[in-house]
Design a binder for this molecule. Structure first.
Ligand code: FAD
Ligand code: MG
Length: 307
């Protein structure tokens, strides 16, 4: 079957887009590998009407509602390749199956590169976080440690002072100018230079010089990049943000490749469920518009869209 749209990634952004398209009675194929970025967290916060709900529950509820639409097909799996010109895209899954579609919508999310600190990965989403709006409130204004991971850690330390008593654990990973130091001091941030040996307990930091610093929670500024190389392989232009690499899109969610759209974390920052859903809904409508008025498919300006 030749679908109007193939949505690659069926999480918050992809489902929000698919919902608009299915409600416009378009044939939509959603292919999803089931690895939502927030799968490490027990609860999702900050999404209106769903505050404190487990991430998987939000997704399962949305999925049930999507299942009602007869023109929507859901496929569990991973897309390995996507090729072809507009109106005749072919997508190949890891199982070897091929699917045809007139448009591609990438909603495949990003992956976080975590700092290499012993004990950190196991606590990701549980006691180590990156987004204060998502997980800051629950720390009850307690002690917060920032695990240094590049220049964004300075900004993160400043920001987190709104949620608790902050220590920046430099860990040899953040270069601090005299100006940075006085800014942080003014905000009441404690600067800890001793390298981190490991994290244990709930969020205890064992320093290389033998001390143990206990925190209500830890934050770290991760670097993100597209969780799949599909966009790059299709020739979509990428761009740098302070958080990492994303697919370049214009205000209509178009990438630099005609007929390929992108939405959610893979296409915009900052990142949250609300913003992914909002951007997904917009992208769904824009893809629909391109089916009704193919002239709007003209590739985005070389300068890229402001966002
Ligand atoms: P994702 O949710 O990452 O989904 C991408 C989907 O695409 C996945 O299902 C993936 O398997 C699939 N996919 C990728 N490649 C392929 C492929 N080749 N073929 C098929 N499928 C593919 N935000 C909040 O608002 N509140 C929170 O409390 C919160 N907590 C977080 C906690 C943690 C630890 C992290 C890391 C993030 C958190 N976030 C939170 C951010 C939130 O998870 C993201 O903003 C959101 O998931 C982005 O949605 P998305 O649909 O763009 O991408
Ligand atoms: Mg996405």
């Amino acid at each position: 079957m030749h679908h109007d749209v193939i949505v690659i990634g069926g999480s918050y952004a992809g489902m929000a887009a698919a919902l608009q398209l299915a409600r416009a009675r378009r044939s939509v194929l959603v292919i999803d590998a089931g690895e939502r970025r927030n799968r490490f967290a027990s609860h999702s916060h900050g999404f209106l009407g769903q505050d404190g709900v487990p991430p998987g529950e939000i997704a399962a509820n949305a999925r049930r509602q999507l299942d009602v639409y007869p023109t929507l097909t859901w496929l569990e799996g991973r897309v390995e390749a996507a090729t072809g010109p507009v109106d005749e895209f072919t997508v190949t899954t890891s199982g070897g199956g091929t699917h045809q579609g007139r448009r591609i919508l990438l909603a495949s999310g990003v992956a976080d590169r975590l700092p290499a600190v012993e004990g950190l990965t196991e606590r990701w989403g549980k006691a180590v976080f990156h987004c204060p709006y998502c997980h800051g409130y629950e720390l009850g204004q307690g002690r917060i440690g920032i695990v240094g991971n590049g220049p964004m850690s300075i900004h993160q330390a400043e920001l987190l002072t709104a949620w608790g008593d902050v220590t920046l654990l430099v860990n040899g990973a953040v270069e601090l100018s005299q100006e940075d130091r006085s800014t942080l001091e003014r905000r009441g941030v404690t600067i800890e230079e001793a390298p981190i040996d490991r994290i244990d307990g709930h969020a205890d930091v064992a320093t290389a010089d033998g001390r143990r610093l206990s925190f209500a929670g830890l934050f770290t500024a991760t670097r993100t990049s597209p969780s799949s190389s599909l966009a790059e392989a299709m020739g979509c232009a990428l761009e740098e943000t302070p958080m990492g690499i994303q697919v370049r899109t214009d205000a209509e969610s178009k990438t630099s490749v005609t007929g390929v759209f992108a939405c959610g974390d893979v296409a915009r920052a900052p990142h949250s469920v609300s913003l992914a859903v909002g951007n997904g809904a917009m992208a769904g409508a824009q893809v629909h518009r391109s089916l009704l008025w193919p002239a709007t498919l003209a590739p985005m300006q070389a300068e890229g869209g402001a966002r």
